[in-house]
Ligand binder design. Structure first.
Ligand code: ADP
Ligand code: MG
Length: 794
């Protein structure tokens, strides 16, 4: 923070006539503060001024006499201010003095010679020169130019060049925010990147000012002009921006109306011609007096705009311009008195810094990128948001080899990359999950490669035994169901004609019945397709979507479910609803088409009516007949058709709406019924499984066939082609698992598992005699065998 009183300077304008000497003297003793003495000429002292004093002495920072060059003025007055603005402080230079004392000459300059350039062009030149020199910061410069006349603000940088009077310029108003900051609405800010651009703006403003001036408004004497350079600076990469403003102010003429009393006596009070200068003085008086809490800035636009410059955050300088001619003595004294007061005002200039959030984001983004780059250098790999396909593949390979490696010391090394570590965990989880599902649902496909593996541990035996039991139950439930199916089919055979029966058989199996060269293996779903060909993928997927259950079912259960569904009472309801839904859909479709037709018909009718109408009017005009009072019949007909069509349209639309409601309702009902069906199936399945567990040993006991000798794969395959005869039951079913047998008290819990299981009596499955069905059963049996082989039972 820089605390400073407003600096005051005096500049004396060169006088035309040389005889004015002796009116003033300048005392510039180096040790003392320079002072200006104004000496009253004898004739004035006698007649005009009624006190006895003959001279007045005023102190200034510096006094520039008549011969002071513009260059000197700039160097001594403006340059220090410009420097503090470049450093980030606000600055103001204002010229105060009576009309013709040289304010404009000092601030803007003379129009004739280049050397007469005033403070504004020289400051611009200096600032841009400094900006160019300083590469440590990034600068932005904007220019605004405001004229205040009669308490109204005008934007002098209006680029339209259309102003012929001040009133044509955009009006600027003062706004104050809750923090008492002043904002100038409508004052345009123009960026200037070079001195030339800035000078062009000064020229534009001065031209506008000149054009707008008329002898009537005497703008140049009665208005204030504020040329402002807005400078922003920031260091590269920094988000902190410094803002500084430099106001270069050419005030209105300070002349007052001297009130003379009776007898030509000068009264103590002389009034400003310019009201806002009066308010400026009020502000200055208030500021110069101690303990004044209220400063009347708001009284005028000018004091509002210059609020910071007067007793605020600014380094302010005043130039008192004096035209020390005999006739101007009183005004010159007033100017100097004013300056003395101003010199008492203390300002506190602070650096105006703020953090630009946009720049902050950019800076942080840059920092992140740099860190990423650094990381890339350290790790030797470039990281993006997500892992690439190649990286994912590589990781999965690593995981696979890690899992396959028997060495317990083996480590999974993916480097210090959280993305990779996370992916490893996800992948491992997925593998674990897949394996679980795989074990539950695809036990039949357990491959024989497992045979050569070491015997599994106790708990794995238990798990496998459980799965085995589940499969046994599934097989038995399926076999029972298939038997029923077979019976049904046979009954149907008796009832229907031979031809139809053959046709159906051909459809259900690609192989003719009894063909000894029939399939060695068949797809598991083939019997289901034959039994329930109506199962559509749409329905199953819909059900799955609603229940989330189907996908978890083993294939055996799925088959059973399809049959269960077909025989369930609710399936009739579902089917019925499906049919109704179909009907409603097609009805809605047809209705939609009719509605579209009606709509276009309405459009056509409207068009026809308009045309007819136009024709009638045209006819009337061409034949000079007034519009007939009797309505046109054709038009009437078209209109009634239109009405009828509209009615139809409305009716159909209402029906369609109702249909939509119905369709949605039906869909909901169906979904509900499907969920219910699924639940009932689950219950039935569980029940069936339990009853099998109870009954199976009895069955196995009654069919106690000798265990088949162990079959090789080839032998097993050879045994698969089955005859069509239903009495071929001689198929080996391997022992039921331990828990089942233990529940029957046939096995001592103490008996080692390895020894006890293979000794159990086999359970046989009576085959159906249908080659396709039997093959499926055998597929289950084969899978079961595989499990047993894995467990080392065989
Ligand atoms: P103000 O703006 O205070 O009314 P001006 O700046 O217009 O006064 O000055 C009035 C006249 O005096 C102008 O013609 C101007 O060129 C001239 N003038 C003012 N100061 C000087 C100076 N220091 N040297 C030469 N001519 C000057
Ligand atoms: Mg002027």
């Amino acid at each position: 923070m820089v605390k400073q009183t407003i600096q005051i300077f005096a500049r004396v304008k060169p006088t035309v006539r040389k005889q004015q000497q002796g009116i003033y003297s300048i005392d510039e003793d180096e040790k003392l503060t320079p002072s200006l003495e104004i000496i009253l000429p004898r004739d004035l002292a006698d007649g005009f001024v009624n006190n006895k004093r003959e001279s007045y002495r005023f102190k200034f920072q510096r006094i520039f006499d008549q011969d002071a060059k513009q260059e000197t003025i700039f160097e001594n007055i403006a340059k220090p201010v410009a420097e503090s603005v470049l450093a980030g402080y606000n600055g103001t230079i204002f010229a105060y003095g009576q009309t013709g004392s040289g304010k404009t000459f000092t601030i803007t300059g003379g129009a004739e010679r280049y050397s007469d350039r005033g403070i504004i062009p020289r400051t611009l030149s200096y600032i841009f020169e400094q900006l160019q020199k300083d590469s440590s910061k990034i600068y932005t410069t904007h220019i605004s130019y405001l004229e205040i006349y009669n308490e109204c603000g005008y934007d002098l940088l209006d680029p339209r060049h259309e102003a012929s009077s001040l009133e044509d310029l955009p009006k600027v108003t003062v706004l104050e925010d809750p923090d008492q900051n002043i904002h100038l609405k409508n004052l345009s800010l123009h960026q200037a990147t070079t001195e030339e651009e800035a000078l062009n703006l000064l020229f534009l403003g001065d031209t506008n000012r000149m054009i707008a001036e008329t002898p009537m408004n005497q703008a140049s004497t009665r208005s204030h002009c504020i040329f402002t350079i807005h400078l922003s600076s920031k260091e590269p990469g920094s988000a902190t921006v410094r803002h500084a403003k430099l106001h270069l102010v050419d005030l209105a003429g300070s002349e007052r109306v001297a009130k003379t009393g009776v007898g030509g006596q000068l009264l103590t009070e002389a009034k400003y011609i310019n009201l806002s200068l009066h308010y400026l003085e009020q502000v200055i008086i208030a500021l110069s007096e101690k303990h004044r809490s209220h400063i009347p800035y708001r009284n005028s636009m000018m004091t509002s705009v210059l609020r910071d410059s007067l007793g605020g955050n600014c380094m302010t300088t005043m130039i008192a311009t004096l035209s020390l001619e005999k006739r101007n003595i009183d005004e010159s004294i007033s100017t100097c008195r004013f300056a003395q007061r101003v010199a008492l005002i203390k300002n506190e200039a602070v650096l105006n810094e703020e953090i630009d959030p946009k720049l902050m984001i950019i800076r942080l983004q840059k920092e992140i990128q740099e860190l990423k780059d650094e990381l890339a250098i350290v790790t030797g790999e470039q990281r993006t948001e997500a892992l690439t396909e190649a990286e994912l593949l590589q990781l999965e390979k690593l995981i696979t080899s890690f899992l396959e490696d028997q060495d317990p010391e083996n480590k999974l090394e993916v480097g210090a990359d959280m993305r990779k570590i996370h992916h490893c965990f996800h992948y491992l989880k997925k593998l674990l999950h897949d394996k679980k599902i795989h074990r539950q649902s695809t036990a039949p496909s357990e491959n024989k490669d497992q045979n050569c593996q070491e015997p599994l541990k106790e708990e794995e035996y238990k798990k496998l035994r459980d799965i085995l039991q589940q499969r046994d139950n599934e097989i038995n439930i399926l076999v029972n169901m298939l038997k029923k199916e077979k019976k049904k089919a046979q009954d149907a055979l008796h009832l229907s004609s031979m031809d139809r029966s053959e046709l159906r058989l051909c459809q259900s199996s690609p192989f003719p019945p009894g063909n000894p060269d029939g399939p060695k293996t068949l797809p598991l779903s083939a019997p289901t397709q034959a039994l329930d060909s109506s199962t559509s993928p749409y329905r199953s997927s819909l059900l799955h979507r609603k229940t989330g259950m189907r996908e978890e079912m083993s294939l055996g259960r799925q088959e059973a479910f399809e049959i269960f569904k077909r025989d369930h009472a609710d399936s009739v309801t579902i089917e019925d609803n499906k049919q109704i839904l179909k009907q409603r859909f097609s009805e809605a479709k047809a209705l939609g088409e009719s509605i579209n037709e009606a709509r276009s018909k309405i459009g056509r009718l409207k068009e026809e009516i308009t045309q007819r109408h136009v024709q009638q009017v045209a006819l009337g005009i061409s034949e000079n007949i007034p519009v007939p009072s009797v309505p046109d019949q054709l038009e009437e007909k078209l209109r009634s058709q239109l009405e009828e069509e509209k009615r139809r349209y409305k009716m159909m639309f209402a029906r369609l709406k109702a249909l939509k409601v119905e369709i949605e309702h039906l869909q909901l009902l169906m979904d509900k019924a499907k969920v219910k069906l699924q639940k009932e199936f689950e219950a039935w399945w569980a029940e069936e499984a339990t009853s099998l567990q109870v009954n199976l040993p009895a069955v196995t006991a009654s069919n106690h066939m000798k265990p088949f000798p162990q079959m090789s794969e080839a032998q097993h395959e050879r045994s698969q082609p089955l005859s069509n005869k239903s009495d071929v039951y001689a198929r080996k079913i391997l022992p039921s698992p331990g828990p089942l047998l233990r529940s029957q008290g046939q096995s001592s819990p103490a008996t080692p598992v390895e020894d006890s299981i293979p000794e159990r009596p086999v359970s046989s499955v009576p085959l159906t005699g249908d080659s396709q069905t039997d093959s499926d059963i055998l597929a289950f049996i084969k899978a079961r065998q595989n499990i047993l082989q894995r467990t080392g039972f065989q």
